[in-house]
Design a protein around this ligand. Structure first.
Ligand code: UD2
Length: 327
């Protein structure tokens, strides 16, 4: 099914397409592009995205419910675009483990469709969402872009395939395709409902409901958490960095936070000081994840601006407002 939200006002700026624009990261990107005066089209099949995420921009965008597996549709929407931001994906690692073929149709072939549509429509720049998952269980930290990838899930293989295709489309066809390896992204609109949702969304949800969280393992494992609005800025910079074509960039902060410390900070913000419960460590859980941020800084001019404290506070306010909204 394809439908459009009636556009009340059309800005005169350049056209951009955001695939997965109703999702957590995609919808923040849509808001920022609209604010910047772009004419924004959103393609989302609403499998995990939600129209509520687009509430702020819905009157000023073209929304199409559809799928990146439909090459013709992607081509139609890419027509006339200056930039395409590809965020649509099966983002759940366990889902790709359960269904490696079905998820590859979205994450690999869907990504190929986006690149091919951009090639045919002569789109100036394409930014692809990749993941720190491509580093797999390599214990070396911080992760540098030139490390040999060690994908350990279908999800990671699929993201890596997208990166390789982007590199080939850049060198073979002159398309400017840039890949961003997101580290652990958090912020408002992240869905906490699955056990494999991002840990910050789960802990926020527990805190607003005044329930203790479960920490898997000893809680000393750490992650590099980056606020969603910083990820949006990285996308905008990548779209205008001509020299970045065909390259991959870590998008993280270079700061590490243990899961124990994360709960302490959320307890403080939420004024809910319950002790966490501890469960057995997750199979295949990575102990340490941290980005080397040097390449993104040198070549994209990207540096995260939101402190962890401010990012958590803003995320907490959103989760609190959602609880009040529901009750
Ligand atoms: C992230 C990505 C995943 C993949 C992977 C690659 C998210 C949501 N997931 O997985 O898609 O790219 O990186 O390395 O961004 N934890 C708890 N209690 C909970 C939930 C989680 O202790 O209720 C722990 C979990 O065991 C892990 C840490 O928190 O040690 C982070 O978990 P996560 O699922 O947010 O993200 P991660 O890094 O495992």
């Amino acid at each position: 099914m394809v439908f459009c939200i009636e556009s009340k006002q059309r800005p005169l700026g350049a056209r951009a397409l955001v695939t997965g624009g109703a999702g957590f990261i995609g919808s923040h990107l849509v808001d920022a592009l609209v604010e910047d005066g772009w004419q924004v089209a959103v393609l989302d099949n609403l499998s995990t995205g939600r129209l509520e995420n687009l509430a702020q921009s819905q009157d000023r965008i073209e929304f199409v419910e559809g799928d990146i597996r439909d090459l013709k549709l992607v081509g139609r929407l890419a027509k006339g675009c200056k930039a395409v931001f590809h965020q649509a994906a099966v983002v759940s690692v366990p889902l790709t483990v359960q269904d490696p073929v079905g998820s590859a149709e979205v994450n690999e072939i869907g990504t190929l469709h986006v690149l091919e549509a951009c090639r045919r429509q002569k789109v100036k720049s394409v930014v692809l969402a990749s993941s720190c998952a491509v580093y797999g269980d390599d214990p070396q930290v911080p992760k540098k872009e030139d490390m040999t990838p060690r994908p350990s899930s279908p999800y990671a293989v699929q993201k890596l395939a997208g990166e390789y295709y982007a590199g080939v489309f850049s060198s073979l066809y002159g398309l400017s395709a840039v890949c961003l390896r997101y580290f652990n992204v958090y912020g408002p609109r992240q869905d906490p409902s699955s056990p494999y949702s991002g840990v910050i969304s789960i802990f926020m949800d527990r805190a607003v409901k005044k329930l203790p969280p479960t920490i898997y393992g000893d809680g000393l494992q750490y992650r590099d958490f980056i606020f969603v609005k910083d990820v949006v800025r990285a996308n905008l910079l990548a779209a205008s960095a001509a020299a970045a074509a065909g390259k991959v960039f870590n998008i993280g902060t270079g700061r590490q936070v243990t899961i124990n410390d994360l709960w302490k900070q959320i307890s403080k913000i939420s004024e809910y000081a319950a002790a966490p419960e501890y469960g057995t460590a997750r199979d295949g859980d990575i102990r340490e994840s941290l980005a080397d941020t040097g390449t993104a800084k040198a070549e994209l001019g990207f540096e995260p601006e939101v402190s962890f404290k401010d990012g958590l506070a803003s995320t907490f306010r959103w989760f609190e407002s959602m609880i009040h909204h529901q009750s």
